[in-house]
Write a protein that binds this ligand. Sequence first.
Ligand code: UT7
Length: 375
Amino acid sequence: MSPYAHIAGWGMYAPARVLSNQDLEHMVDTTDEWIRSRTGIVERRIAGEKESTATMAVEAARRALARAHLSPRQLDAIIVATISPDHLTPATACLVQAALGADKAAAFDVSAGCSGFIYALSLAQMGITAGEWHSVLIIGAETLSRFVNWEDRNTCVLFGDGAGALVLTASDQPGGVLACVLGADGSGADLLVIPAGGSRMPASPATLEQHAHTIHMDGRAVFRFATHILPEAVEQVMRKAGLPLTAIDMVIPHQANMRIIEAARKKLRLPEEAFFVNLYRYGNTSAASIPIALCEVADHGLINDGSLVVLVGFGAGLTWGAAAVRWGVALPQPARPWWQRALYIARLAFGRLPAFLRRLLYRLWQALPSRRDEE
Ligand code: UT7
Protein backbone atom coordinates (compact mmCIF):
# COMPACT_ATOMS: atom_id res chain seq x y z
CA MET A 1 0.00 0.00 0.00
CA SER A 2 1.42 3.44 -0.87
CA PRO A 3 2.15 5.80 2.03
CA TYR A 4 0.16 8.94 2.80
CA ALA A 5 1.72 12.44 2.73
CA HIS A 6 1.09 14.09 6.10
CA ILE A 7 1.82 17.65 7.18
CA ALA A 8 4.22 17.26 10.10
CA GLY A 9 5.34 20.86 10.59
CA TRP A 10 4.63 24.42 9.53
CA GLY A 11 6.35 27.78 9.93
CA MET A 12 6.17 31.31 8.56
CA TYR A 13 8.26 34.44 8.44
CA ALA A 14 7.09 38.00 7.83
CA PRO A 15 9.61 40.85 7.68
CA ALA A 16 9.37 43.45 10.46
CA ARG A 17 8.80 46.54 8.31
CA VAL A 18 5.12 47.42 7.86
CA LEU A 19 3.98 49.57 4.94
CA SER A 20 0.47 50.89 5.53
CA ASN A 21 -2.07 52.26 3.08
CA GLN A 22 -1.47 55.69 4.65
CA ASP A 23 2.24 55.38 3.83
CA LEU A 24 1.29 54.63 0.22
CA GLU A 25 -0.87 57.77 0.08
CA HIS A 26 2.42 59.71 0.28
CA MET A 27 4.03 57.67 -2.49
CA VAL A 28 1.40 57.42 -5.27
CA ASP A 29 -1.98 58.92 -6.16
CA THR A 30 -4.11 56.58 -4.02
CA THR A 31 -6.19 56.53 -0.85
CA ASP A 32 -6.57 54.18 2.07
CA GLU A 33 -10.28 54.09 1.25
CA TRP A 34 -9.67 52.94 -2.36
CA ILE A 35 -7.24 50.19 -1.38
CA ARG A 36 -9.43 48.88 1.47
CA SER A 37 -12.69 48.89 -0.50
CA ARG A 38 -11.25 47.48 -3.75
CA THR A 39 -8.89 44.89 -2.25
CA GLY A 40 -9.35 44.51 1.53
CA ILE A 41 -5.64 45.24 2.11
CA VAL A 42 -4.70 47.53 5.03
CA GLU A 43 -0.96 46.95 5.29
CA ARG A 44 1.80 44.73 3.92
CA ARG A 45 5.32 43.68 5.02
CA ILE A 46 8.45 44.79 3.20
CA ALA A 47 11.75 42.88 3.35
CA GLY A 48 14.72 44.61 4.97
CA GLU A 49 17.86 45.46 3.02
CA LYS A 50 19.66 42.29 4.10
CA GLU A 51 16.65 40.06 3.52
CA SER A 52 15.84 38.15 0.34
CA THR A 53 13.53 35.36 -0.76
CA ALA A 54 16.11 32.78 0.38
CA THR A 55 16.71 34.29 3.84
CA MET A 56 12.98 34.49 4.56
CA ALA A 57 12.47 30.96 3.21
CA VAL A 58 15.20 29.68 5.57
CA GLU A 59 13.54 31.33 8.60
CA ALA A 60 10.15 29.81 7.75
CA ALA A 61 11.79 26.43 7.06
CA ARG A 62 13.64 26.37 10.42
CA ARG A 63 10.34 26.94 12.22
CA ALA A 64 8.58 24.21 10.23
CA LEU A 65 11.42 21.74 10.85
CA ALA A 66 11.46 22.52 14.57
CA ARG A 67 7.72 21.87 14.79
CA ALA A 68 8.12 18.60 12.88
CA HIS A 69 11.06 17.59 15.16
CA LEU A 70 12.95 16.81 11.99
CA SER A 71 16.63 17.39 11.30
CA PRO A 72 17.47 19.06 7.95
CA ARG A 73 19.61 15.99 7.16
CA GLN A 74 16.45 13.87 7.11
CA LEU A 75 15.01 15.83 4.18
CA ASP A 76 14.86 14.11 0.81
CA ALA A 77 13.77 17.18 -1.15
CA ILE A 78 13.34 20.95 -0.82
CA ILE A 79 10.96 22.72 -3.20
CA VAL A 80 10.67 26.50 -3.21
CA ALA A 81 7.71 28.08 -4.98
CA THR A 82 8.52 31.66 -5.97
CA ILE A 83 8.31 34.24 -8.72
CA SER A 84 10.90 36.45 -7.02
CA PRO A 85 13.92 34.14 -6.66
CA ASP A 86 17.28 35.39 -5.40
CA HIS A 87 18.78 34.67 -8.85
CA LEU A 88 17.64 33.37 -12.24
CA THR A 89 20.05 30.55 -11.48
CA PRO A 90 20.82 28.75 -9.18
CA ALA A 91 17.46 27.85 -7.71
CA THR A 92 16.58 29.56 -4.43
CA ALA A 93 15.94 26.06 -3.03
CA CYS A 94 19.70 25.35 -3.35
CA LEU A 95 20.51 28.42 -1.24
CA VAL A 96 18.00 27.19 1.34
CA GLN A 97 19.49 23.68 1.24
CA ALA A 98 23.00 25.03 1.95
CA ALA A 99 21.80 27.33 4.73
CA LEU A 100 19.94 24.51 6.46
CA GLY A 101 22.71 21.96 5.94
CA ALA A 102 20.17 19.62 4.35
CA ASP A 103 22.92 17.84 2.47
CA LYS A 104 20.87 14.79 1.49
CA ALA A 105 18.04 16.77 -0.11
CA ALA A 106 17.40 17.40 -3.80
CA ALA A 107 16.55 21.09 -4.26
CA PHE A 108 14.66 22.95 -6.97
CA ASP A 109 12.26 25.86 -7.54
CA VAL A 110 8.76 25.89 -8.94
CA SER A 111 7.54 28.91 -10.91
CA ALA A 112 3.77 28.77 -11.18
CA GLY A 113 2.79 32.27 -10.06
CA CYS A 114 0.56 32.53 -7.03
CA SER A 115 -0.42 28.86 -7.51
CA GLY A 116 3.22 27.82 -7.02
CA PHE A 117 2.75 26.54 -3.48
CA ILE A 118 -0.05 24.18 -4.55
CA TYR A 119 2.17 22.92 -7.38
CA ALA A 120 4.97 22.28 -4.84
CA LEU A 121 2.55 20.53 -2.48
CA SER A 122 1.30 18.31 -5.28
CA LEU A 123 4.88 17.36 -6.28
CA ALA A 124 5.73 16.56 -2.66
CA GLN A 125 2.64 14.40 -2.35
CA MET A 126 3.50 12.55 -5.57
CA GLY A 127 7.09 11.92 -4.40
CA ILE A 128 5.92 10.61 -1.04
CA THR A 129 3.05 8.43 -2.22
CA ALA A 130 5.29 6.98 -4.95
CA GLY A 131 7.66 5.88 -2.17
CA GLU A 132 10.50 7.97 -3.61
CA TRP A 133 10.73 10.52 -0.77
CA HIS A 134 10.07 10.22 2.95
CA SER A 135 10.36 13.83 4.11
CA VAL A 136 9.93 16.91 1.95
CA LEU A 137 10.19 20.62 2.77
CA ILE A 138 8.05 22.91 0.64
CA ILE A 139 8.24 26.68 0.89
CA GLY A 140 6.36 29.59 -0.68
CA ALA A 141 8.55 32.69 -0.45
CA GLU A 142 8.44 36.08 -2.15
CA THR A 143 10.20 39.44 -2.12
CA LEU A 144 7.75 41.14 -4.47
CA SER A 145 8.71 44.59 -3.14
CA ARG A 146 11.83 44.27 -5.34
CA PHE A 147 9.70 43.57 -8.43
CA VAL A 148 7.02 46.24 -8.25
CA ASN A 149 7.15 49.64 -9.84
CA TRP A 150 6.70 51.93 -6.85
CA GLU A 151 5.34 54.61 -9.17
CA ASP A 152 2.53 52.39 -10.54
CA ARG A 153 -0.53 52.65 -8.29
CA ASN A 154 -2.23 49.80 -10.18
CA THR A 155 0.21 47.26 -8.75
CA CYS A 156 2.37 48.69 -5.95
CA VAL A 157 -0.51 48.84 -3.45
CA LEU A 158 -1.24 45.11 -3.86
CA PHE A 159 1.89 43.13 -3.08
CA GLY A 160 3.93 42.23 0.00
CA ASP A 161 6.84 40.05 1.16
CA GLY A 162 7.03 36.93 3.33
CA ALA A 163 7.47 33.16 3.46
CA GLY A 164 5.63 30.08 4.67
CA ALA A 165 6.85 26.49 4.85
CA LEU A 166 5.48 23.00 5.39
CA VAL A 167 7.24 19.73 6.17
CA LEU A 168 5.53 16.68 4.70
CA THR A 169 6.38 13.16 5.80
CA ALA A 170 5.30 9.68 4.78
CA SER A 171 3.01 7.73 7.07
CA ASP A 172 0.89 4.58 6.88
CA GLN A 173 -1.93 6.38 8.68
CA PRO A 174 -4.69 7.44 6.26
CA GLY A 175 -5.05 11.23 5.95
CA GLY A 176 -2.81 14.14 5.02
CA VAL A 177 -2.96 15.35 1.42
CA LEU A 178 -6.02 13.56 -0.01
CA ALA A 179 -6.11 15.06 -3.51
CA CYS A 180 -4.60 17.82 -5.64
CA VAL A 181 -5.69 19.38 -8.92
CA LEU A 182 -3.47 21.61 -11.06
CA GLY A 183 -4.22 23.58 -14.20
CA ALA A 184 -2.86 26.22 -16.54
CA ASP A 185 -3.99 28.40 -19.44
CA GLY A 186 -0.92 29.86 -21.13
CA SER A 187 -3.06 31.97 -23.45
CA GLY A 188 -3.31 34.36 -20.50
CA ALA A 189 0.48 34.60 -20.05
CA ASP A 190 0.53 38.30 -20.91
CA LEU A 191 -2.03 39.24 -18.24
CA LEU A 192 0.46 39.10 -15.37
CA VAL A 193 4.07 39.35 -16.42
CA ILE A 194 7.55 40.68 -15.62
CA PRO A 195 8.53 41.38 -19.24
CA ALA A 196 12.31 41.87 -18.99
CA GLY A 197 15.27 40.11 -17.43
CA GLY A 198 14.76 36.79 -19.24
CA SER A 199 16.03 35.56 -22.60
CA ARG A 200 13.26 37.29 -24.56
CA MET A 201 14.09 40.76 -23.26
CA PRO A 202 17.52 40.80 -21.60
CA ALA A 203 18.35 43.59 -19.17
CA SER A 204 19.45 46.81 -20.86
CA PRO A 205 19.37 50.54 -20.05
CA ALA A 206 16.14 50.74 -22.12
CA THR A 207 14.38 47.96 -20.16
CA LEU A 208 15.36 49.67 -16.92
CA GLU A 209 14.01 52.99 -18.11
CA GLN A 210 10.72 51.36 -19.16
CA HIS A 211 10.33 49.65 -15.75
CA ALA A 212 10.15 46.39 -17.71
CA HIS A 213 11.68 44.44 -14.80
CA THR A 214 8.60 45.02 -12.68
CA ILE A 215 5.17 43.39 -12.45
CA HIS A 216 2.71 44.37 -15.20
CA MET A 217 -0.85 43.21 -14.68
CA ASP A 218 -4.23 43.52 -16.37
CA GLY A 219 -6.02 43.53 -13.03
CA ARG A 220 -9.57 43.36 -14.40
CA ALA A 221 -8.84 40.34 -16.62
CA VAL A 222 -7.07 38.48 -13.78
CA PHE A 223 -9.98 39.36 -11.50
CA ARG A 224 -12.50 37.81 -13.93
CA PHE A 225 -10.36 34.67 -14.28
CA ALA A 226 -9.93 34.37 -10.50
CA THR A 227 -13.61 34.66 -9.60
CA HIS A 228 -14.42 31.90 -12.07
CA ILE A 229 -11.49 29.50 -11.40
CA LEU A 230 -11.36 29.66 -7.60
CA PRO A 231 -14.73 27.99 -6.92
CA GLU A 232 -14.24 25.62 -9.86
CA ALA A 233 -10.87 24.39 -8.49
CA VAL A 234 -12.44 23.81 -5.05
CA GLU A 235 -15.25 21.77 -6.63
CA GLN A 236 -12.77 19.78 -8.75
CA VAL A 237 -10.52 18.84 -5.84
CA MET A 238 -13.44 17.82 -3.63
CA ARG A 239 -14.77 15.63 -6.46
CA LYS A 240 -11.33 14.05 -6.79
CA ALA A 241 -11.17 13.45 -3.03
CA GLY A 242 -14.63 11.85 -3.26
CA LEU A 243 -16.12 14.25 -0.72
CA PRO A 244 -19.06 16.68 -0.83
CA LEU A 245 -18.53 20.44 -0.48
CA THR A 246 -20.33 20.25 2.86
CA ALA A 247 -17.39 18.23 4.25
CA ILE A 248 -15.13 21.32 4.05
CA ASP A 249 -14.16 22.81 7.42
CA MET A 250 -11.83 25.54 6.13
CA VAL A 251 -10.89 26.99 2.74
CA ILE A 252 -7.53 28.77 2.63
CA PRO A 253 -7.57 30.74 -0.63
CA HIS A 254 -4.74 32.68 -2.23
CA GLN A 255 -4.90 36.10 -0.58
CA ALA A 256 -5.19 38.47 -3.55
CA ASN A 257 -8.43 40.36 -3.14
CA MET A 258 -11.28 40.23 -0.63
CA ARG A 259 -13.83 40.67 -3.43
CA ILE A 260 -12.50 37.59 -5.28
CA ILE A 261 -12.65 35.51 -2.09
CA GLU A 262 -16.16 36.72 -1.27
CA ALA A 263 -17.46 36.00 -4.79
CA ALA A 264 -16.03 32.46 -4.63
CA ARG A 265 -17.48 31.86 -1.18
CA LYS A 266 -20.94 32.88 -2.35
CA LYS A 267 -20.72 30.70 -5.44
CA LEU A 268 -19.76 27.71 -3.30
CA ARG A 269 -22.53 28.58 -0.77
CA LEU A 270 -20.13 28.18 2.15
CA PRO A 271 -20.42 30.16 5.40
CA GLU A 272 -18.16 33.16 6.04
CA GLU A 273 -16.21 31.40 8.80
CA ALA A 274 -15.27 28.63 6.35
CA PHE A 275 -12.92 31.01 4.47
CA PHE A 276 -9.75 32.24 6.12
CA VAL A 277 -8.64 35.77 5.21
CA ASN A 278 -5.51 37.58 6.40
CA LEU A 279 -4.72 39.68 3.33
CA TYR A 280 -5.56 42.87 5.20
CA ARG A 281 -2.26 42.41 7.11
CA TYR A 282 0.06 41.02 4.43
CA GLY A 283 -1.35 42.06 1.03
CA ASN A 284 -0.79 39.66 -1.84
CA THR A 285 2.39 37.65 -1.16
CA SER A 286 1.91 35.45 -4.26
CA ALA A 287 3.29 31.93 -3.66
CA ALA A 288 3.78 32.69 0.05
CA SER A 289 0.19 33.70 0.75
CA ILE A 290 -1.34 30.22 1.17
CA PRO A 291 1.36 28.79 3.49
CA ILE A 292 1.40 31.99 5.58
CA ALA A 293 -2.39 31.78 5.93
CA LEU A 294 -2.20 28.05 6.76
CA CYS A 295 0.35 28.76 9.51
CA GLU A 296 -1.94 31.36 11.07
CA VAL A 297 -4.94 29.02 10.86
CA ALA A 298 -2.96 26.23 12.56
CA ASP A 299 -1.33 28.48 15.17
CA HIS A 300 -4.68 30.05 16.14
CA GLY A 301 -6.27 26.63 16.56
CA LEU A 302 -8.87 27.28 13.85
CA ILE A 303 -8.50 23.69 12.64
CA ASN A 304 -8.23 20.46 14.62
CA ASP A 305 -7.15 16.89 14.01
CA GLY A 306 -9.53 15.54 11.40
CA SER A 307 -10.49 18.94 9.90
CA LEU A 308 -10.89 18.98 6.14
CA VAL A 309 -8.90 21.91 4.75
CA VAL A 310 -8.91 23.05 1.13
CA LEU A 311 -6.01 25.17 -0.17
CA VAL A 312 -6.69 26.96 -3.44
CA GLY A 313 -4.56 29.24 -5.57
CA PHE A 314 -4.62 31.09 -8.90
CA GLY A 315 -2.26 33.48 -10.62
CA ALA A 316 0.31 34.25 -13.28
CA GLY A 317 0.58 31.79 -16.10
CA LEU A 318 -2.35 31.71 -15.91
CA THR A 319 -2.28 28.86 -13.40
CA TRP A 320 -4.49 27.42 -10.72
CA GLY A 321 -4.42 24.59 -8.22
CA ALA A 322 -6.23 23.19 -5.20
CA ALA A 323 -5.45 20.62 -2.52
CA ALA A 324 -7.75 18.81 -0.09
CA VAL A 325 -5.98 18.00 3.16
CA ARG A 326 -7.16 15.96 6.14
CA TRP A 327 -5.45 17.87 8.95
CA GLY A 328 -3.96 15.93 11.83
CA VAL A 329 -0.41 15.79 13.02
CA ALA A 330 -0.70 12.32 14.47
CA LEU A 331 2.83 11.31 13.60
CA PRO A 332 4.60 9.60 16.50
CA GLN A 333 7.65 11.55 17.70
CA PRO A 334 10.38 9.36 19.19
CA ALA A 335 11.57 10.43 22.65
CA ARG A 336 15.15 11.69 22.28
CA PRO A 337 17.90 11.99 24.94
CA TRP A 338 19.03 15.55 25.83
CA TRP A 339 22.24 15.37 23.79
CA GLN A 340 20.34 14.43 20.62
CA ARG A 341 17.97 17.36 21.17
CA ALA A 342 20.97 19.70 21.70
CA LEU A 343 22.59 18.36 18.53
CA TYR A 344 19.34 18.93 16.66
CA ILE A 345 19.07 22.57 17.84
CA ALA A 346 22.74 23.16 16.97
CA ARG A 347 22.21 21.71 13.50
CA LEU A 348 19.26 24.02 12.89
CA ALA A 349 21.22 27.03 14.16
CA PHE A 350 24.52 26.28 12.41
CA GLY A 351 23.20 24.45 9.36
CA ARG A 352 25.01 26.75 6.96
CA LEU A 353 28.42 25.95 8.52
CA PRO A 354 29.23 22.86 6.36
CA ALA A 355 28.51 24.75 3.13
CA PHE A 356 30.57 27.71 4.40
CA LEU A 357 33.52 25.47 5.31
CA ARG A 358 33.32 23.68 1.96
CA ARG A 359 33.48 27.02 0.11
CA LEU A 360 36.36 28.20 2.34
CA LEU A 361 38.38 25.03 1.74
CA TYR A 362 37.75 25.29 -2.00
CA ARG A 363 38.98 28.92 -2.04
CA LEU A 364 42.09 27.99 -0.03
CA TRP A 365 42.75 25.13 -2.41
CA GLN A 366 42.42 27.47 -5.40
CA ALA A 367 44.79 29.96 -3.75
CA LEU A 368 47.59 27.40 -3.20
CA PRO A 369 50.74 28.55 -5.07
CA SER A 370 51.23 25.07 -6.59
CA ARG A 371 47.66 25.25 -8.02
CA ARG A 372 48.40 28.65 -9.56
CA ASP A 373 51.56 27.27 -11.17
CA GLU A 374 49.52 24.45 -12.71
CA GLU A 375 47.12 26.96 -14.39
O1 UT7 B 1 -2.10 37.21 -7.22
C1 UT7 B 1 -2.11 37.25 -8.60
C2 UT7 B 1 -3.45 37.45 -9.09
N1 UT7 B 1 -3.79 38.85 -9.10
C3 UT7 B 1 -5.01 39.21 -8.74
O2 UT7 B 1 -5.77 38.39 -8.32
C4 UT7 B 1 -5.44 40.62 -8.97
C5 UT7 B 1 -6.84 40.60 -9.55
N2 UT7 B 1 -7.36 41.94 -9.78
C6 UT7 B 1 -7.75 42.75 -8.77
O3 UT7 B 1 -7.65 42.40 -7.60
C7 UT7 B 1 -8.38 44.05 -9.13
O4 UT7 B 1 -8.63 44.08 -10.50
C8 UT7 B 1 -7.51 45.30 -8.75
C9 UT7 B 1 -7.48 45.44 -7.24
C10 UT7 B 1 -6.10 45.13 -9.29
C11 UT7 B 1 -8.12 46.56 -9.33
O5 UT7 B 1 -9.47 46.70 -8.88
P1 UT7 B 1 -10.63 47.04 -9.92
O6 UT7 B 1 -11.85 47.23 -9.16
O7 UT7 B 1 -10.60 45.98 -10.97
O8 UT7 B 1 -10.15 48.44 -10.47
P2 UT7 B 1 -9.86 48.84 -11.98
O9 UT7 B 1 -8.57 48.25 -12.43
O10 UT7 B 1 -11.09 48.57 -12.76
O11 UT7 B 1 -9.67 50.41 -11.83
C12 UT7 B 1 -10.73 51.25 -11.42
C13 UT7 B 1 -10.19 52.66 -11.29
C14 UT7 B 1 -9.36 53.08 -12.48
O12 UT7 B 1 -9.64 54.44 -12.75
P3 UT7 B 1 -10.61 54.83 -13.98
O13 UT7 B 1 -9.94 54.27 -15.19
O14 UT7 B 1 -11.91 54.15 -13.68
O15 UT7 B 1 -10.64 56.32 -13.90
C15 UT7 B 1 -7.95 52.98 -11.97
O16 UT7 B 1 -7.06 53.88 -12.60
O17 UT7 B 1 -9.34 52.74 -10.15
C16 UT7 B 1 -8.11 53.34 -10.52
N3 UT7 B 1 -7.06 52.83 -9.68
C17 UT7 B 1 -6.74 53.38 -8.49
N4 UT7 B 1 -7.23 54.42 -7.83
C18 UT7 B 1 -6.68 54.71 -6.63
C19 UT7 B 1 -6.26 51.74 -9.89
N5 UT7 B 1 -5.42 51.59 -8.86
C20 UT7 B 1 -5.69 52.59 -7.98
C21 UT7 B 1 -5.16 52.94 -6.74
N6 UT7 B 1 -5.70 54.00 -6.10
N7 UT7 B 1 -4.17 52.25 -6.15
